[in-house]
Design a protein around this ligand. Structure first.
Ligand code: C2O
Ligand code: CU
Ligand code: CU
Length: 478
Protein backbone atom coordinates (compact mmCIF):
# COMPACT_ATOMS: atom_id res chain seq x y z
CA UNK A 1 0.00 0.00 0.00
CA UNK A 2 1.37 3.38 -1.00
CA UNK A 3 1.44 6.02 1.72
CA UNK A 4 0.07 9.32 0.44
CA UNK A 5 0.10 11.50 3.52
CA UNK A 6 2.51 12.79 6.12
CA UNK A 7 1.13 10.54 8.87
CA UNK A 8 1.69 13.02 11.70
CA UNK A 9 -0.89 15.13 13.51
CA UNK A 10 -1.53 17.92 11.00
CA UNK A 11 -2.96 20.32 13.60
CA UNK A 12 0.49 20.43 15.22
CA UNK A 13 2.51 21.10 12.07
CA UNK A 14 4.97 23.97 12.35
CA UNK A 15 3.05 26.00 9.75
CA UNK A 16 0.34 26.66 12.32
CA UNK A 17 2.85 28.53 14.47
CA UNK A 18 2.35 32.31 14.36
CA UNK A 19 6.09 32.72 13.72
CA UNK A 20 6.12 30.27 10.80
CA UNK A 21 7.94 31.45 7.69
CA UNK A 22 6.99 29.73 4.47
CA UNK A 23 9.84 28.84 2.14
CA UNK A 24 10.39 31.03 -0.87
CA UNK A 25 12.33 30.03 -3.94
CA UNK A 26 15.49 32.15 -3.96
CA UNK A 27 15.99 34.65 -6.71
CA UNK A 28 19.33 33.25 -7.78
CA UNK A 29 20.50 31.20 -10.71
CA UNK A 30 20.25 27.45 -10.58
CA UNK A 31 23.40 25.82 -9.28
CA UNK A 32 24.65 22.27 -9.43
CA UNK A 33 23.88 20.43 -6.21
CA UNK A 34 27.01 20.38 -4.08
CA UNK A 35 28.15 16.90 -3.20
CA UNK A 36 30.34 16.66 -0.10
CA UNK A 37 33.76 15.18 -0.88
CA UNK A 38 34.67 11.90 0.80
CA UNK A 39 37.04 12.48 3.71
CA UNK A 40 40.39 10.78 3.12
CA UNK A 41 42.10 8.99 5.96
CA UNK A 42 45.38 10.55 7.13
CA UNK A 43 46.74 7.04 7.38
CA UNK A 44 45.79 3.47 8.16
CA UNK A 45 48.05 1.80 10.68
CA UNK A 46 47.68 -1.60 12.28
CA UNK A 47 43.92 -1.73 11.75
CA UNK A 48 43.36 1.83 12.96
CA UNK A 49 42.04 4.49 10.58
CA UNK A 50 43.10 8.09 11.27
CA UNK A 51 40.94 11.07 10.38
CA UNK A 52 41.42 14.78 11.07
CA UNK A 53 38.45 17.14 11.19
CA UNK A 54 38.89 20.91 11.41
CA UNK A 55 36.01 23.16 12.44
CA UNK A 56 36.70 26.37 10.58
CA UNK A 57 35.44 29.73 9.40
CA UNK A 58 35.08 30.54 5.71
CA UNK A 59 33.04 32.02 2.90
CA UNK A 60 30.71 30.23 0.53
CA UNK A 61 29.08 31.40 -2.67
CA UNK A 62 25.42 30.48 -2.19
CA UNK A 63 23.47 33.29 -3.87
CA UNK A 64 24.40 35.49 -6.80
CA UNK A 65 26.59 38.36 -5.63
CA UNK A 66 28.50 38.42 -2.38
CA UNK A 67 29.70 35.23 -0.75
CA UNK A 68 28.16 34.25 2.60
CA UNK A 69 30.29 33.98 5.75
CA UNK A 70 29.84 30.39 6.89
CA UNK A 71 31.35 27.73 9.15
CA UNK A 72 32.25 24.23 8.10
CA UNK A 73 34.30 21.11 8.66
CA UNK A 74 37.43 20.86 6.48
CA UNK A 75 35.87 23.51 4.24
CA UNK A 76 33.74 26.59 4.40
CA UNK A 77 30.29 25.00 4.77
CA UNK A 78 28.91 21.69 6.09
CA UNK A 79 31.61 19.04 5.73
CA UNK A 80 32.91 16.02 3.89
CA UNK A 81 31.33 12.59 4.00
CA UNK A 82 32.92 10.72 6.91
CA UNK A 83 32.77 6.99 6.25
CA UNK A 84 33.02 4.34 8.94
CA UNK A 85 33.19 0.62 8.50
CA UNK A 86 31.71 -1.54 11.21
CA UNK A 87 34.33 -3.64 12.97
CA UNK A 88 37.10 -1.08 12.56
CA UNK A 89 38.93 1.16 15.02
CA UNK A 90 39.14 4.91 14.45
CA UNK A 91 41.43 7.64 15.71
CA UNK A 92 40.21 11.18 15.23
CA UNK A 93 41.98 14.49 15.61
CA UNK A 94 39.46 17.27 16.19
CA UNK A 95 40.85 20.74 15.52
CA UNK A 96 38.95 23.84 16.63
CA UNK A 97 39.82 26.83 14.44
CA UNK A 98 36.62 28.67 15.37
CA UNK A 99 36.61 31.76 17.60
CA UNK A 100 34.66 29.85 20.27
CA UNK A 101 34.38 26.48 22.03
CA UNK A 102 32.74 23.63 20.12
CA UNK A 103 32.25 19.85 20.26
CA UNK A 104 32.03 17.07 17.66
CA UNK A 105 28.86 15.05 18.23
CA UNK A 106 28.41 11.82 16.26
CA UNK A 107 24.64 11.72 15.94
CA UNK A 108 23.72 8.07 15.36
CA UNK A 109 27.03 6.45 16.26
CA UNK A 110 26.90 4.07 19.20
CA UNK A 111 30.16 5.04 20.84
CA UNK A 112 30.95 5.77 24.51
CA UNK A 113 29.74 8.98 26.14
CA UNK A 114 30.20 11.64 27.15
CA UNK A 115 33.62 12.26 25.58
CA UNK A 116 33.80 10.28 22.32
CA UNK A 117 30.08 10.87 21.72
CA UNK A 118 30.91 14.56 21.69
CA UNK A 119 28.09 16.12 23.69
CA UNK A 120 28.50 19.20 25.91
CA UNK A 121 30.96 17.40 28.22
CA UNK A 122 33.54 17.16 25.44
CA UNK A 123 34.51 20.76 24.62
CA UNK A 124 37.47 21.68 22.47
CA UNK A 125 38.63 25.22 23.14
CA UNK A 126 39.34 27.63 20.28
CA UNK A 127 42.83 27.12 18.90
CA UNK A 128 43.09 23.69 20.49
CA UNK A 129 42.71 20.16 19.31
CA UNK A 130 41.76 16.88 20.87
CA UNK A 131 42.21 13.23 19.96
CA UNK A 132 39.62 10.53 20.47
CA UNK A 133 39.47 6.85 19.59
CA UNK A 134 36.59 4.44 19.25
CA UNK A 135 35.37 1.23 17.66
CA UNK A 136 32.40 1.20 15.33
CA UNK A 137 30.00 -1.73 15.67
CA UNK A 138 26.67 -1.18 14.01
CA UNK A 139 24.63 -1.84 10.90
CA UNK A 140 24.86 0.02 7.61
CA UNK A 141 23.27 3.43 8.15
CA UNK A 142 23.35 7.16 7.58
CA UNK A 143 24.35 9.31 10.55
CA UNK A 144 25.70 12.81 10.88
CA UNK A 145 28.13 15.04 12.67
CA UNK A 146 27.20 18.33 14.31
CA UNK A 147 28.43 20.51 17.18
CA UNK A 148 26.82 20.15 20.62
CA UNK A 149 28.26 22.79 22.98
CA UNK A 150 25.99 23.98 25.79
CA UNK A 151 24.07 26.18 25.05
CA UNK A 152 25.23 27.12 21.53
CA UNK A 153 24.37 24.06 19.47
CA UNK A 154 21.66 25.85 17.50
CA UNK A 155 23.79 28.83 16.54
CA UNK A 156 26.78 26.73 15.47
CA UNK A 157 24.62 24.45 13.33
CA UNK A 158 22.96 27.56 11.86
CA UNK A 159 26.37 28.92 10.91
CA UNK A 160 27.00 25.81 8.85
CA UNK A 161 28.51 23.05 10.97
CA UNK A 162 27.06 19.66 9.98
CA UNK A 163 28.44 16.79 7.94
CA UNK A 164 27.15 13.51 6.55
CA UNK A 165 28.37 10.26 8.08
CA UNK A 166 27.82 6.72 6.85
CA UNK A 167 28.48 3.36 8.40
CA UNK A 168 28.96 0.35 6.18
CA UNK A 169 28.63 -3.08 7.69
CA UNK A 170 30.03 -5.74 5.37
CA UNK A 171 27.80 -8.34 7.04
CA UNK A 172 24.62 -6.73 5.74
CA UNK A 173 23.31 -9.28 3.35
CA UNK A 174 21.64 -7.23 0.67
CA UNK A 175 21.99 -6.96 -3.08
CA UNK A 176 24.19 -4.13 -4.27
CA UNK A 177 22.06 -1.00 -3.85
CA UNK A 178 23.10 2.24 -5.55
CA UNK A 179 26.29 3.26 -3.74
CA UNK A 180 28.33 5.50 -6.04
CA UNK A 181 28.55 8.65 -3.96
CA UNK A 182 27.47 11.68 -5.91
CA UNK A 183 26.30 9.61 -8.87
CA UNK A 184 23.46 7.36 -7.75
CA UNK A 185 23.91 7.69 -3.97
CA UNK A 186 23.15 11.30 -3.11
CA UNK A 187 22.98 13.14 0.20
CA UNK A 188 20.03 15.51 0.54
CA UNK A 189 20.86 17.63 3.59
CA UNK A 190 17.89 19.92 4.02
CA UNK A 191 18.27 23.22 5.87
CA UNK A 192 16.63 26.65 5.85
CA UNK A 193 18.28 30.04 6.26
CA UNK A 194 17.33 33.69 5.86
CA UNK A 195 19.76 35.88 3.96
CA UNK A 196 20.41 39.47 5.03
CA UNK A 197 22.30 41.08 2.19
CA UNK A 198 23.64 37.58 1.43
CA UNK A 199 24.68 36.98 5.07
CA UNK A 200 23.22 34.86 7.85
CA UNK A 201 22.35 36.55 11.13
CA UNK A 202 21.36 34.07 13.82
CA UNK A 203 20.54 36.71 16.44
CA UNK A 204 18.26 38.59 14.07
CA UNK A 205 16.33 35.46 13.09
CA UNK A 206 16.38 33.75 16.50
CA UNK A 207 13.15 32.15 17.64
CA UNK A 208 12.91 30.39 20.99
CA UNK A 209 10.61 27.78 19.50
CA UNK A 210 13.11 27.02 16.79
CA UNK A 211 14.72 29.34 14.28
CA UNK A 212 13.35 29.24 10.76
CA UNK A 213 14.79 30.59 7.53
CA UNK A 214 12.87 31.41 4.39
CA UNK A 215 15.30 29.90 1.89
CA UNK A 216 15.74 26.17 1.48
CA UNK A 217 19.24 24.81 1.02
CA UNK A 218 20.17 21.30 -0.02
CA UNK A 219 23.78 20.45 0.82
CA UNK A 220 24.30 24.20 1.20
CA UNK A 221 23.06 24.84 -2.36
CA UNK A 222 20.21 27.23 -3.06
CA UNK A 223 18.06 26.47 -6.12
CA UNK A 224 19.94 23.21 -6.58
CA UNK A 225 19.90 20.98 -9.63
CA UNK A 226 21.20 17.44 -9.98
CA UNK A 227 21.72 15.57 -13.24
CA UNK A 228 20.59 11.98 -13.04
CA UNK A 229 22.68 9.45 -14.99
CA UNK A 230 21.41 6.13 -13.64
CA UNK A 231 17.79 4.94 -13.53
CA UNK A 232 17.78 4.36 -9.77
CA UNK A 233 18.64 7.12 -7.39
CA UNK A 234 19.29 6.58 -3.70
CA UNK A 235 18.63 9.75 -1.75
CA UNK A 236 19.96 9.96 1.79
CA UNK A 237 17.67 12.61 3.17
CA UNK A 238 18.64 14.32 6.42
CA UNK A 239 16.55 17.06 7.95
CA UNK A 240 19.41 19.23 9.16
CA UNK A 241 17.21 22.22 9.99
CA UNK A 242 17.11 23.76 13.46
CA UNK A 243 13.34 23.61 13.64
CA UNK A 244 11.59 23.23 10.30
CA UNK A 245 9.70 20.05 9.59
CA UNK A 246 10.55 18.71 6.15
CA UNK A 247 7.40 17.66 4.33
CA UNK A 248 8.97 16.18 1.24
CA UNK A 249 6.99 15.53 -1.93
CA UNK A 250 7.47 15.77 -5.69
CA UNK A 251 5.65 17.61 -8.45
CA UNK A 252 4.74 14.30 -10.12
CA UNK A 253 3.83 12.47 -6.92
CA UNK A 254 6.16 9.67 -7.87
CA UNK A 255 6.52 6.74 -5.55
CA UNK A 256 9.62 6.94 -3.42
CA UNK A 257 10.60 3.69 -1.78
CA UNK A 258 11.90 4.18 1.73
CA UNK A 259 14.48 1.52 2.50
CA UNK A 260 16.12 2.90 5.62
CA UNK A 261 15.48 5.23 8.53
CA UNK A 262 17.89 6.70 11.11
CA UNK A 263 19.41 3.42 12.24
CA UNK A 264 19.63 1.59 8.94
CA UNK A 265 17.45 -0.62 6.77
CA UNK A 266 13.76 -1.07 7.48
CA UNK A 267 12.42 -4.61 7.80
CA UNK A 268 10.48 -4.02 4.56
CA UNK A 269 10.62 -1.26 1.98
CA UNK A 270 7.83 1.31 2.32
CA UNK A 271 6.46 2.99 -0.82
CA UNK A 272 5.35 6.57 -0.29
CA UNK A 273 4.69 9.77 -2.19
CA UNK A 274 5.03 12.04 0.84
CA UNK A 275 7.24 11.83 3.87
CA UNK A 276 7.67 14.08 6.86
CA UNK A 277 11.01 14.17 8.59
CA UNK A 278 11.38 16.24 11.72
CA UNK A 279 14.77 17.64 12.62
CA UNK A 280 17.66 15.15 12.67
CA UNK A 281 15.62 12.30 11.20
CA UNK A 282 17.00 10.48 8.17
CA UNK A 283 15.39 8.47 5.40
CA UNK A 284 16.94 6.64 2.50
CA UNK A 285 14.65 6.78 -0.51
CA UNK A 286 14.97 4.88 -3.77
CA UNK A 287 13.58 6.68 -6.81
CA UNK A 288 13.00 4.77 -10.02
CA UNK A 289 13.44 7.16 -12.93
CA UNK A 290 13.82 4.49 -15.60
CA UNK A 291 10.67 5.67 -17.39
CA UNK A 292 12.09 9.19 -17.74
CA UNK A 293 13.75 10.47 -20.89
CA UNK A 294 16.67 12.77 -21.36
CA UNK A 295 15.69 16.31 -20.38
CA UNK A 296 12.76 15.27 -18.17
CA UNK A 297 12.63 16.88 -14.77
CA UNK A 298 11.36 15.86 -11.39
CA UNK A 299 10.99 18.55 -8.75
CA UNK A 300 11.56 17.73 -5.09
CA UNK A 301 9.54 20.00 -2.87
CA UNK A 302 9.32 20.94 0.78
CA UNK A 303 5.68 21.83 1.29
CA UNK A 304 4.98 23.77 -1.90
CA UNK A 305 8.49 25.02 -2.58
CA UNK A 306 10.94 23.39 -4.96
CA UNK A 307 14.18 22.55 -3.16
CA UNK A 308 15.93 20.35 -5.72
CA UNK A 309 15.46 19.84 -9.45
CA UNK A 310 16.39 16.41 -10.75
CA UNK A 311 17.14 16.62 -14.45
CA UNK A 312 17.55 13.41 -16.36
CA UNK A 313 20.68 13.26 -18.47
CA UNK A 314 21.92 10.21 -20.37
CA UNK A 315 21.58 6.91 -18.50
CA UNK A 316 25.09 5.52 -18.64
CA UNK A 317 24.59 2.35 -16.66
CA UNK A 318 21.65 0.30 -15.42
CA UNK A 319 21.81 0.11 -11.64
CA UNK A 320 18.45 -1.50 -10.95
CA UNK A 321 18.40 -4.57 -8.72
CA UNK A 322 15.67 -6.83 -7.43
CA UNK A 323 14.74 -5.44 -4.02
CA UNK A 324 14.16 -8.36 -1.63
CA UNK A 325 10.81 -8.39 0.13
CA UNK A 326 12.60 -8.54 3.46
CA UNK A 327 15.45 -6.07 3.88
CA UNK A 328 16.30 -6.82 7.48
CA UNK A 329 15.27 -9.17 10.24
CA UNK A 330 14.06 -7.10 13.19
CA UNK A 331 12.44 -8.67 16.22
CA UNK A 332 9.95 -6.19 17.64
CA UNK A 333 8.20 -8.66 19.91
CA UNK A 334 9.04 -7.29 23.33
CA UNK A 335 6.53 -6.68 26.07
CA UNK A 336 6.97 -5.35 29.55
CA UNK A 337 6.24 -2.44 31.80
CA UNK A 338 7.56 1.08 31.49
CA UNK A 339 11.03 1.49 33.00
CA UNK A 340 11.63 5.14 32.10
CA UNK A 341 9.32 8.14 31.69
CA UNK A 342 10.14 11.21 29.67
CA UNK A 343 7.59 14.02 29.67
CA UNK A 344 8.29 16.78 27.20
CA UNK A 345 6.28 19.87 28.02
CA UNK A 346 5.91 23.52 27.19
CA UNK A 347 6.75 25.83 24.36
CA UNK A 348 9.05 28.85 23.96
CA UNK A 349 11.10 29.50 27.11
CA UNK A 350 8.88 27.17 29.20
CA UNK A 351 10.12 23.92 27.65
CA UNK A 352 11.10 21.17 30.09
CA UNK A 353 11.81 17.47 30.37
CA UNK A 354 10.16 15.86 33.37
CA UNK A 355 9.56 19.35 34.75
CA UNK A 356 13.26 20.24 34.73
CA UNK A 357 15.78 22.16 32.70
CA UNK A 358 19.07 20.57 31.70
CA UNK A 359 21.85 20.52 34.28
CA UNK A 360 25.23 19.17 33.19
CA UNK A 361 26.07 18.04 36.73
CA UNK A 362 22.88 16.03 37.26
CA UNK A 363 22.31 12.44 36.19
CA UNK A 364 18.60 12.20 35.42
CA UNK A 365 18.25 8.49 34.79
CA UNK A 366 20.22 5.22 34.77
CA UNK A 367 20.08 2.08 32.68
CA UNK A 368 22.18 -1.06 32.74
CA UNK A 369 24.26 -1.88 29.70
CA UNK A 370 22.95 -4.75 27.56
CA UNK A 371 19.42 -4.69 29.02
CA UNK A 372 16.24 -4.05 27.05
CA UNK A 373 14.11 -1.44 28.78
CA UNK A 374 10.96 0.40 27.80
CA UNK A 375 10.86 4.17 27.64
CA UNK A 376 7.58 6.05 27.56
CA UNK A 377 8.07 9.43 25.89
CA UNK A 378 5.17 11.85 25.97
CA UNK A 379 4.37 15.36 24.83
CA UNK A 380 2.02 17.34 27.03
CA UNK A 381 1.05 20.95 27.09
CA UNK A 382 -1.30 21.15 30.06
CA UNK A 383 -0.74 24.87 30.69
CA UNK A 384 -1.87 25.71 27.17
CA UNK A 385 -4.65 23.27 26.35
CA UNK A 386 -5.39 22.79 22.69
CA UNK A 387 -1.98 24.11 21.73
CA UNK A 388 1.16 22.21 21.26
CA UNK A 389 3.80 21.28 18.81
CA UNK A 390 5.61 18.20 17.64
CA UNK A 391 8.84 17.63 19.56
CA UNK A 392 11.44 15.41 17.86
CA UNK A 393 12.86 13.30 20.70
CA UNK A 394 16.45 12.14 20.29
CA UNK A 395 18.67 9.82 22.33
CA UNK A 396 22.41 9.44 22.11
CA UNK A 397 24.37 6.23 22.37
CA UNK A 398 22.14 3.63 20.70
CA UNK A 399 19.35 3.08 18.18
CA UNK A 400 15.93 2.22 19.58
CA UNK A 401 12.82 0.49 18.25
CA UNK A 402 9.46 2.25 18.32
CA UNK A 403 6.95 -0.11 19.93
CA UNK A 404 3.81 2.01 19.81
CA UNK A 405 2.19 5.42 19.45
CA UNK A 406 -0.61 5.86 22.00
CA UNK A 407 -0.90 2.11 22.19
CA UNK A 408 -1.19 1.67 18.42
CA UNK A 409 1.32 0.44 15.87
CA UNK A 410 3.89 3.07 14.94
CA UNK A 411 3.78 4.48 11.40
CA UNK A 412 4.78 1.91 8.72
CA UNK A 413 8.16 3.58 8.08
CA UNK A 414 9.05 3.52 11.80
CA UNK A 415 9.51 -0.24 12.09
CA UNK A 416 13.30 -0.08 11.85
CA UNK A 417 15.90 1.31 14.24
CA UNK A 418 15.81 5.01 14.99
CA UNK A 419 17.48 7.57 17.22
CA UNK A 420 15.03 10.45 16.76
CA UNK A 421 11.26 10.14 16.91
CA UNK A 422 8.69 12.85 16.44
CA UNK A 423 6.10 12.91 19.21
CA UNK A 424 2.72 14.49 18.49
CA UNK A 425 1.02 16.62 21.16
CA UNK A 426 -0.90 14.46 23.60
CA UNK A 427 0.94 11.35 22.52
CA UNK A 428 2.85 8.64 24.35
CA UNK A 429 5.47 6.88 22.27
CA UNK A 430 6.94 3.66 23.66
CA UNK A 431 10.53 2.88 22.81
CA UNK A 432 12.56 -0.26 23.29
CA UNK A 433 16.02 0.85 24.33
CA UNK A 434 19.18 -1.18 24.68
CA UNK A 435 22.59 0.39 25.18
CA UNK A 436 25.71 -1.51 24.29
CA UNK A 437 28.25 1.06 25.36
CA UNK A 438 28.55 2.61 28.81
CA UNK A 439 28.82 6.24 29.77
CA UNK A 440 26.81 9.43 30.07
CA UNK A 441 24.46 10.21 27.19
CA UNK A 442 22.08 13.05 26.38
CA UNK A 443 18.45 12.76 25.45
CA UNK A 444 16.59 15.82 24.28
CA UNK A 445 14.26 17.57 21.92
CA UNK A 446 16.06 18.05 18.59
CA UNK A 447 14.51 21.44 17.93
CA UNK A 448 17.91 22.94 18.58
CA UNK A 449 16.65 26.06 20.35
CA UNK A 450 14.61 23.86 22.72
CA UNK A 451 17.73 21.83 23.42
CA UNK A 452 19.78 24.96 24.14
CA UNK A 453 17.03 26.34 26.40
CA UNK A 454 17.32 23.13 28.44
CA UNK A 455 14.87 20.60 27.02
CA UNK A 456 17.56 18.02 27.58
CA UNK A 457 18.52 15.46 30.20
CA UNK A 458 21.21 12.83 30.64
CA UNK A 459 21.40 9.17 31.45
CA UNK A 460 24.16 7.08 32.94
CA UNK A 461 24.51 3.73 31.21
CA UNK A 462 26.31 1.56 33.75
CA UNK A 463 28.11 -1.71 33.65
CA UNK A 464 27.69 -3.42 37.05
CA UNK A 465 31.01 -5.20 36.49
CA UNK A 466 32.83 -1.90 36.06
CA UNK A 467 31.10 0.67 38.28
CA UNK A 468 32.19 4.20 37.68
CA UNK A 469 31.89 7.40 39.62
CA UNK A 470 31.12 10.46 37.53
CA UNK A 471 32.20 13.89 38.57
CA UNK A 472 30.31 15.95 36.04
CA UNK A 473 31.22 19.59 35.61
CA UNK A 474 29.00 22.44 34.57
CA UNK A 475 30.56 23.63 31.33
CA UNK A 476 27.44 25.37 30.14
CA UNK A 477 28.45 28.90 29.21
CA UNK A 478 25.10 30.55 30.01
CU1 C2O B 1 21.87 15.50 16.97
CU2 C2O B 1 22.22 15.55 21.00
O1 C2O B 1 22.07 15.56 18.97
CU1 CU C 1 22.82 12.83 18.89
CU1 CU D 1 10.89 20.72 21.37
Amino acid sequence: KIINDYLFDESAFDYHDAAFKALIRPDTKRRALKIPAILKADKVEGGTIYYTIHAQVGETRILDGKATRTWGYNGSLLGPLIQYESGKHYHLTLVNELPEVTTWHWHGLNIPGPIEDGGPHAPVQPGESKEIEFDVHQPTMTAWLHPHPCPHTAEQVWRGLAAPVTVVNPLDNLPQLPHDWGIDDIPVIFQDRTFHDNQWDYQADYDMDGTLGDTALVNGTANAEFTVTRPWLRLRVLNGANRRELRLNTDKNIVMTQIASDGGFLPHAVPLTKIMLTTAERAELLLDLSAYKKGDQLLLKADDTVILTLTVGEFTEDNRVELPSKLKEIDRGFTGGVDHQVIMSGMDDAVKINGKLYDMTRIDDRQEIGKNEIWDVSNTNDDMPGMGMIHPFHMHGMEFLVLSRNGKEPYPNELGYKDTIAVNPGEHVRLLVEFNVAGIFMYHCHILEHEDTGMMAQIEVFDPKHPKHWNLKDLCAK
